[in-house]
Write a protein that binds this ligand. Sequence first.
Ligand code: BEZ
Length: 200
Amino acid sequence: MQLYTNPNSPFARKVRVSALELGLADRIENLEVTLSPINPHAALGQHNPLEKIPALITDDGEALYDSPVICEYLDALAGGGRLIPTAGAARWMALRRQALADGIMDAAVLVRYETVLRPATLRWPEWREGQWHKIHTALDALEREQLGETFDIGAIAVACALGYLDLRFAESAWRAQRPQLAGWLDRITERESLRATRPV
Ligand code: BEZ
């Protein structure tokens, strides 16, 4: 299998952490690409019309995207139910947590593009504040949820979202009002799969 990826993409990191946790990382060749909405990648576009990472090329030559679909595929390949519970409350909580964390990543990456890509004269502070509002309310929800030690797809996604905030928005001080979440990340960060995929 081949994975279109970038070391700093939180969505691609979610897939790489999942592959490591499932023992499938050795079967995946990482194809590192650099791209943005104004700098697309032609080769990637042949596989994913949205020209976004991550995209996985399976051993059958099929392209899969986006990160929830790829993670579900890898989980099934490893027997199923390993990172994504198959039924019951655990399943819906894990998937909801993944959605919350993916929403944080979406908003944070948009803020990043707004800050580094958009010409200064075209920037829109209220729009950026709107994205930060989403990030803060999602972090508050995660603080209330009190994450445990289960490292399922929800926990993987949350760890990758928080890792991206630390990478690109270290000044945001998201930990200040969220001691439970901060403590959880400190503990979980020691896992080998997260250490091995730490953004550069
Ligand atoms: C980043 O460098 O912040 C980044 C890279 C790839 C995807 C999203 C964000």
